[in-house]
Design a binder for this molecule. Structure first.
Ligand SMILES: NC(=O)c1ccc[n+]([C@@H]2O[C@H](COP(=O)([O-])OP(=O)(O)OC[C@H]3O[C@@H](n4cnc5c(N)ncnc54)[C@H](OP(=O)(O)O)[C@@H]3O)[C@@H](O)[C@H]2O)c1
Length: 286
């Protein structure tokens, strides 16, 4: 039961730990040697392998000697734009599927492919018709994955210990309530995203699954709640950030399909996590 986690980063490591504990033989991949070396203390193997380069994946496949039971594509484009998206998401996926030929493949995509702006609920059968180049590449990758009987996980914004853009901006005083503040913010705690992916790799049939906590809040309400809870000023209103890489959207992402598989998040909402995940709040306060 060998599983390759291609992209052993913030989310990938949390997933690797769950699968290792569930008796999978985990091999994690990173882009750089430094990141692989930093994970040397983990109880699973982590190797550097640039999945966007066909020759690297071919070499890795030869070294490995047999086809893995599963691959989860969890690599991210970092701060890169459309070119990087093409390399990491599309080329990376094609290379992994064609040269490693896993029995199961899970792709970590994004809820940004829902370009809706009306604030209504979206499910996996809602139109996913983005206009930004970055999100179009995600859609192209999704189609390739589905054509090869894989699973597409559309993830909402990931937060957790050591990473919450919202909290960090709030505590540093950089936060701005954009426009009228009514845009819905969809998120998922890293540990819940990891447990969802573990379930998808083990139990889901081919198809699309939204991975969100299913309890979005308007941006204004989040900052207002944080201001009251921590007795700090509410952030000022400001313009909408139109430069957002994956586009400005406004929707509520349903997780009913994932819940239908029996998945339940540990943190029902971002505000619940702020109450319960003390380490996350401490780190964000600095
Ligand atoms: N973060 C979010 O809010 C969010 C929202 C929606 C979807 N997602 C998706 O969730 C997934 C995981 O995100 P994350 O936040 O955990 O990412 P992350 O912390 O940035 O980690 C990314 C990992 O991918 C590796 N990587 C990057 N390019 C690679 C390549 N060409 N070949 C092999 N490995 C490569 C990185 O290695 P190095 O450290 O060596 O660079 C790192 O281990 C991604 O698919 C991302 O698009 C994230």
């Amino acid at each position: 039961m060998r599983v390759i986690i291609a992209g052993c980063g913030y989310l990938g490591v949390a997933l690797a730990r769950i699968l290792h504990a569930a008796q999978w033989e985990v091999i994690g991949l990173t882009h750089s040697e430094e990141s692989a070396a930093a994970l040397a203390g983990e109880p699973f193997l982590v190797l550097p392998c640039d999945i966007s380069q066909r020759e690297n994946v071919e070499r890795f496949a030869e070294d490995m000697g047999c086809e893995p039971a599963a691959i989860i594509h969890c690599a991210s484009s970092g701060k890169g734009g459309a070119v990087k998206y093409g390399e990491v998401y599309l080329d990376g996926t094609v290379n992994l599927i064609e040269h490693l030929r896993p029995k199961r493949f899970v792709f970590c995509g994004s809820t940004s492919v829902y370009a809706q702006t009306d604030g209504d609920w979206v499910t996996e059968s809602s139109p996913a018709e983005p206009t930004r180049n970055t999100s179009l590449i995600l859609r192209e990758t999704e189609e390739f994955v589905l054509k090869h009987s894989g699973v597409v996980a559309r993830l909402a914004g990931i937060y957790g210990p050591g990473r919450s853009v919202l909290l960090e901006k709030f505590f540093s005083g950089e936060a701005v309530i954009e426009g009228d503040g009514r845009r819905w913010v969809n998120q998922i705690h890293r540990d819940d995203a990891a447990s969802a992916l573990a379930l998808l790799v083990e139990n889901a049939g081919s198809g699309i699954y939204n991975v969100s906590d299913g309890r979005p809040s308007p941006q204004f309400e989040i900052y207002d709640w944080l201001a009251k809870k921590f007795k700090l000023p509410r952030p000022p209103f400001g313009p909408v950030d139109e430069g957002r890489k994956r586009g400005v959207t406004n929707k509520c992402v349903s997780n009913a399909k994932l819940r239908g598989l029996g998945w339940r998040p540990k943190y029902d909402s971002f505000l619940d996590a702020v109450e319960e995940d003390v380490a996350m709040v401490k780190q964000a306060r600095g």
